[in-house]
Every structure is written in structure tokens, then in C-alpha cells.
Design a protein around this ligand. Structure first.
Ligand SMILES: [Zn+2]
Length: 301
């Protein structure tokens, strides 16, 4: 029988939020049996808790935000994914600002800090979340779908298609035979070059820099445009590589982008309040549809 587990000690992380640019210090702490994952805005007081549950989702524009009363925490999906992928049932996450640090754009910094220490076993069986019938959320306009079916073993499968010449159609899968920490958790977020300037101008991705996002150059760009981006990021001259990615970083997997979408899906679906034991298939999924699916699972219980 799989027992519940928590982290062995406190682990702290500090850095800018991707969307707000605000610097936060965040500490993942051990928590008692049946806590689940709980955030606390320590800058707002000792009791400013937000439970990481689908009914607390308050915004899904480009990242997942949860709120309870005055307390809000945004871009929770990567740390949620890391804790789920490593098998952590219970954790309290103290944070002193509104957004989780983006760090390297993946869950790798959490894995690097926590994984080798192992986990503290607790005196209660793990709580699995199962579904009795098929749960499906469809967004016809976007062509996206998340489907959750009853199954004895968990599996997550995702397909992405951005109608992109660089990305193409990519798939990724997580099940018992895939080591999350090595194959999924290390995959970074990505952005299209043509979106970057728009995002900058609209006050989004203020915490973004060239170390924490894969940049996909979909449409032909001029040297001037690329040089301007290098200036915005304040780095030596970037170039567009043959494979259509910007030269700011090297891919960790050829399909790193779909693996990152899977990372996000795992994090968002943790909002069901435990370990999902079901067959999950998703297509073109994003935070909106992921968290809606999680909310539907909670309502079905
Ligand atoms: Zn993400």
C-alpha cells in the first residue's frame, strides 16, 4: 500500500514571477497527513491560506491562479506538477508575494533541491481520486479537449498542435513507466517570438528572460527584430537557429514543448485534491480547460 508522504525539511526558492516580475521567496514545508497542498501568503498574515483545489481557481490567463479571501497565488502549476510528479501528498507552501518564481521555466529547480533527499512516509494510505464515468471538457473554438476516464492505473497523454512549422504535432505521455523527474519535470515553458513583443508591451512576461523560456521563431524575422530582442533581454546577440528556435538555449528533448504542456496538465489536474487514478487524454490543452476538468472531477465525487 502506498502511504502518504511529505517533504523531509523546508526548501526555499526565490526569484521573479514570469507575469508580474515581482520577486517572491517561497518555502516548501512538511505538512501533516491529509493536508494536501496548501499555500500561505505569509506577507498577509499567519492565516492567509489558499488550498490548492479547483474550486479556488480565480484566473487562468496564461497561468493558473488560486484565491481565497484576500489571499491569491498565481502561476502555481509548475510547483504543483513537481510535487505531484515526485509523489508528495502533503506540503505547506509559504510565499511572501503574489506569484510563484518562474526559476528556469520548468520544475527542475524543485526536483534538484528535493528529489535526492527522498520523502517522509506518513501514517495513512494515499488518497487517490477516481472517476466513476467519463469526464470531458471541450472547447470547440480552440479545438481543445481534456478527457478523464476510469482506469486502474494512472496515465496522462497529451497532443499539441500549434499549426506551427517549427513545432509540428508533438505528443508526450506520463505513466508508471516514465520517471517524471527525468523526463517531464525538466521541460521548460515556451513562447512564440511574435508574441514576445506583444507580451512585453502589455505588461506580461515581465519576469521572463532568455534563461527560462524556449523561443520559437515561427515567421521570418529580420536581424533588426532579433537584435531588438537581445536588447530587451540585455544579452549578447541572439540568432535564429536552423531548427527555428532562438539561440538562447538548447532543447533538453526534441519534443520539449509538448512535454512542458504535459507538466502543466499534471500540475493543473492536481487541483482535484489528490493523485488522479484515471486515464487522461488531452489535446491542445491549456490552463482554462485543465482547471475546468479538475473542477468537474471534484463535483463528480
Ligand atoms: Zn507551464
Amino acid at each position: 500500500m502506498q502511504l502518504q508522504q511529505t517533504v523531509r525539511k523546508n526548501y526555499s526558492f526565490e526569484g521573479k514571477g514570469l507575469h508580474t516580475g515581482k520577486v517572491a521567496r517561497m518555502t516548501i514545508c512538511p505538512a501533516p497527513v491529509d493536508t494536501g497542498i496548501r499555500f500561505r501568503r505569509i506577507d498577509l498574515g499567519e492565516d492567509a491560506y489558499v488550498d490548492a483545489l479547483a474550486e479556488n481557481v480565480s484566473n487562468t490567463a496564461r497561468s493558473t491562479t488560486i484565491s481565497s479571501g484576500q489571499a491569491s497565488v498565481s502561476t502555481i502549476e509548475h510547483v504543483m506538477s513537481a510535487l505531484t510528479g515526485m509523489g508528495v501528498d502533503n506540503a505547506l507552501i509559504d510565499i511572501d508575494n503574489v506569484e510563484v518564481p518562474i526559476l528556469d521555466g520548468s520544475a527542475k529547480p524543485y526536483i534538484d533541491a528535493i528529489w535526492a533527499d527522498g520523502f517522509q512516509q506518513q501514517d495513512a494510505p494515499r488518497r487517490y481520486v477516481e472517476v466513476k464515468e467519463v469526464i470531458e471538457v471541450i472547447n470547440e473554438e480552440k479545438g481543445s479537449v481534456v478527457r478523464i476516464e476510469p482506469a486502474d492505473e494512472f496515465s496522462y497523454e497529451i497532443k499539441v498542435d500549434f499549426n506551427s512549422r517549427v513545432l509540428g504535432v508533438q505528443t508526450a505521455r506520463w505513466d508508471d513507466s516514465v520517471v517524471y523527474a527525468e523526463e517531464i519535470g525538466v521541460c521548460r515553458t515556451f513562447v512564440f517570438f511574435h508574441e514576445l513583443e506583444f507580451l512585453f508591451n502589455n505588461g506580461l512576461v515581465r519576469g521572463g528572460d532568455v534563461d527560462n523560456a524556449i523561443v520559437i521563431v515561427e515567421h521570418p524575422v529580420t536581424k533588426e527584430q532579433v537584435d531588438k530582442m537581445s536588447k530587451l533581454f540585455d544579452v549578447p546577440a541572439l540568432t535564429v537557429m536552423e531548427n527555428g528556435y532562438l539561440s538562447n538555449l538548447q532543447l533538453r528533448f526534441p519534443n520539449e514543448c509538448s512535454r512542458h504542456k504535459l507538466l502543466d496538465l499534471i500540475g493543473d489536474l492536481r487541483l482535484v485534491g489528490g493523485f488522479l487514478k484515471a486515464k487522461v487524454t488531452a489535446e491542445k490543452a491549456g490552463h482554462g480547460i485543465n482547471t475546468k476538468a479538475a473542477a468537474k472531477v471534484r463535483l463528480s465525487k
